[in-house]
Design a protein around this ligand. Sequence first.
Ligand SMILES: O=P(O)(O)OC[C@H]1O[C@@H](O)[C@H](O)[C@@H](O)[C@@H]1O
Length: 307
Amino acid sequence: MEAAVTELDIQRLNDRFAIPSIAQIVPGNGGLPKVKISSAAASAEIYLHGAHLTSWIPAGAEEVIFLSDKAQFQDGKAIRGGVPVCFPWFNAKADDPKAPSHGFVRTKTWELESIIHEGNAIAVALSTQHDQATQKWWPHDFHAVHKITIGSDLKLELSVTNTGAARFNFQEALHTYYRVGDVRQVRLSSLDGVTYLDNADNLREKVQQGDNIFTQRTDNAYINTESELELSDPQLRRRILIGKQNSKNTVVWNPGDELARGMADLGDEEWQHFVCVEAANIRSAAITLEPGEEHTMTANIRLAELH
Ligand SMILES: O=P(O)(O)OC[C@H]1O[C@@H](O)[C@H](O)[C@@H](O)[C@@H]1O
């Protein structure tokens, strides 16, 4: 268990990192510290727990990121919604069913490294690394930095360095929950003709035909696709454009009605109001790092008007 964060800890973080009237560290839900940003370009919230972005509102727009009303904010639990960082494995760990789903960094408190101006945007960098608890699950030395740049666009950059003496292999995902008006009305384009593994159908290999529409549970891992994605939302009258670099897979997930009802940290109807579109490197696209090597995966997100 990690020690509870005190008012003094929060004060110390503010003394080092706050930018007056733009970025402060405040106690968030469950008392967990979060960075609250409010600039002319956008507002946002980032928890140190998991380096987890839970809100991004570009100026003049509505909230882009979905956060469950029933999300749990506590040590050892992953926040439902926002942008969980999945590392060093995705979903269940292949050789250990007891290991936490999507790896251990989304349930770990990250260190705040910096909050700086970058043009009109504010860049927040957080880091984490191996410790006794992570080595119980995965016996490797690593250092990870998640840099989140909040502006009229949102940039997410996850960098992993091998700080040990032996090569390792890892999977990763920026598991972004996009807020939508009604998931049954949205369309995700750019995956037409791309091969995917259908996790809702025993990982059967299929080929996407046309746009994705969400009429039922969807859990697809698209293979070898690096193109920009476009999520059109007629109800919120906007498109979300998702570009990515150094990400060979796109995972598209919505639990649908039945699964959602079994999830303690998601309201029964909330599945209708999000879809996850994830920049990822998983399965055969897992990354190998030699000692000293670094890998960065990036997602760039912006809003546009409907066509
Ligand atoms: O409930 P979790 O561990 O946050 O995972 C949610 C979902 O995350 C998705 O990325 C996976 O493709 C799904 O299979 C999984 O159910």
